[in-house]
Design a protein around this ligand. Sequence first.
Ligand code: XIL
Length: 412
Amino acid sequence: MHKSKAALLGVLAVSSLCCLACGGTQPADNTPDAGVSHPDAAPGSDVPFKELAAPLGRLFGTQIDPVHLTMGSVHTTDDAPYERFLLREFSLIAPGNNFKMRHLQPTEGDFNFDVTDQVMNYAEQKALAVHGHVLIWGNETSVPSWITDKEEEASNADYPLSRAKLLSIMEQHVTTVVSRYKGRMRSWDVVNEAFCDPQKESGCIVEGGEAGGMDGSIWRRIIGPEFIELALRAARAADPEVKLIVNENGVELTDTPKSEKFFSFIKGLVDKGVPLDGIGIQMHIPAAHFAPLDADQRRALYESVGATFARFNQLGLDVLITELDVFLVDEGRAPTAEELTLQAEIFGNMLRICLEAARCPSFTMWGFTDKYSWIPEGKPGHGFATITDDEMQPKPAYFALKETLRQMQTGR
Ligand code: XIL
């Protein structure tokens, strides 16, 4: 069981048998003549996510790319339906790339807040909460090349990137960015993907010879694992109120090498009194991993995901769903009804787990239309990962989320 669970790492979530059996997360009738049409074409045909989620104490969020939104110099793509959908349905936005270090500090000490200032102003005008993604992340899509270049130079000793130097770079970045949006940002992913699964990835630094461990990023290699604590402390010093989050992928299940390592590391931070408000669970979910599962396996996974939320909550931490999407294999054909139904079940059940958790204040998807999804590029051969298609037509997953919210409100 341990092995099969580990093999499913990254699978993350499962549908509840109850809901599957009773059709709970599926639309009652999703046929065109059932009166369920494109929500943009028929505003008011259903209640927006944010209005269903608010009485349940949840923010309903999505990743956005501000180029599609009408904000000053940022706006490059005319897509009024995208913006209408966003403003109607959501109460939280997470700009997918704009806050990454390589965009905010493209050269050393030279910060560029042009886009992020506009994002914050826009969000305030539109009464949207903002989740800041991300302060410190070792991935090449985030860490600026002027930092990695320095590491290469270190061997020439001309401009060595000492621990003290990188620490100062890190703390200055965190302090500058968090201070700028103090009192305005709801939550920050202070650190992203600092852990890795040595069974799946290269470059992991495995501590104590155990499975699971830290990533091989420049932050970990040069500063050491304490970079996480130090980044959190710098963030707290810069804004005493903002929610500080450690964001991670592949930690949804309990009892896998990575999730156990992650839990014990986070518990260590809490025990030590490090400022931390919660963890973010990304949830980029491959639907194909669910297809072969039988009922018992699904139940076990479901319970395992719920147990993950519970055990972090018991530490006094929030658990945020930060980047949910459910991607399908792209074989050059449209998804089958079965695939879309499975996708809907997974979306619905991840939301339900959040709603049932003691502390899951925000449910955020990594985009709401396949038109702009990162999956085809980020995970080649896959796609169809969001709740509306390329034309922004709602898929079964859209209705599953609505139905899940409705059920939680009415208690059935
Ligand atoms: C992705 C963006 O959506 C893409 O536009 C970009 O090219 C690469 O990064 N986990 C994360 C996010 O924490 O930052 C990633 O976002 C998706 C995976």
